[in-house]
Design a protein around this ligand. Sequence first.
Ligand SMILES: [Zn+2]
Length: 293
Amino acid sequence: MKTFLFTLILFVSTAAFARLNVAVSYPYIGAITKAVGADKVDVTVLAKGNWDPHFVVARPSLISKLRRSDALIINGAQLEIGWIPPLIKRANNRNILPGTKGFLDLSASIEMIQKPSSVSRAGGDVHPDGNPHFHLAPQNILILARSVTAFLSTLDPLNRDSFEQNLQDFELLWTKEMLKWAATMASAKNRKVIEYHQNFDYFLQAYDIKGIATIEPLPGIPPSSRHTMELIDTIKTQKPCCIIHDVYHSTKTATYLHDKTGIKVVIMPHDIGALDSIESLSQLFDYLTSKFP
Ligand SMILES: [Zn+2]
């Protein structure tokens, strides 16, 4: 009886202190999950922040990371369509299967913009469900943090109070940061910009900035000379302030447009780690707001 009780206590205490091993697709999800999960959760980030989020290589090291996970959180809206489904298939881990309680698709909690009216890829190759880069609106980070909190609480109900408390602390901090960023961005209102890809549309929308064109003719379609010539006209007539460029596409066309029109080209990070100096979510938005031309 004594041995049984001892074993039972040991089992219960181990269960109480076992940390959830949560895999996430992108660094920004890792940061939200760490903020809410804190010391109760181990987070494994699959993709690096300076990679093109649409085209991650499903390498074997990522399969073994997924094999060990208790849960998986993805961005969704088909951003990971080329790499997460093959990884899940090869990881052969029942804990993280879509539709189970160990799988969270963040896009389900977000009001998406640029949703195509027809179910085809005619609006571009990589955004068939609408624009999936919703984490770049700071107010969406709060929605995502609540979604992650509910998810972790379902997986680990014993630590629900801790997750809820961490969420409250995060919300307080983030709301203060949002006021600071809004103040910094007030003078940029109604400015016009060109992007390489529609990476920053949620960010632009958050601060009433107009994205008037992209260097890609359609999402995921590389620049063509005809479209580039049209852009030169757009720049001359509409006078956008700048080209906002991601870190992972070639700046060849942007440089060409700069040479032809004098337009400023600004490299902007889309995630933590996109630039070496960006190590947190706050630093990401500090950078985006302070470097915005
Ligand atoms: Zn995209």
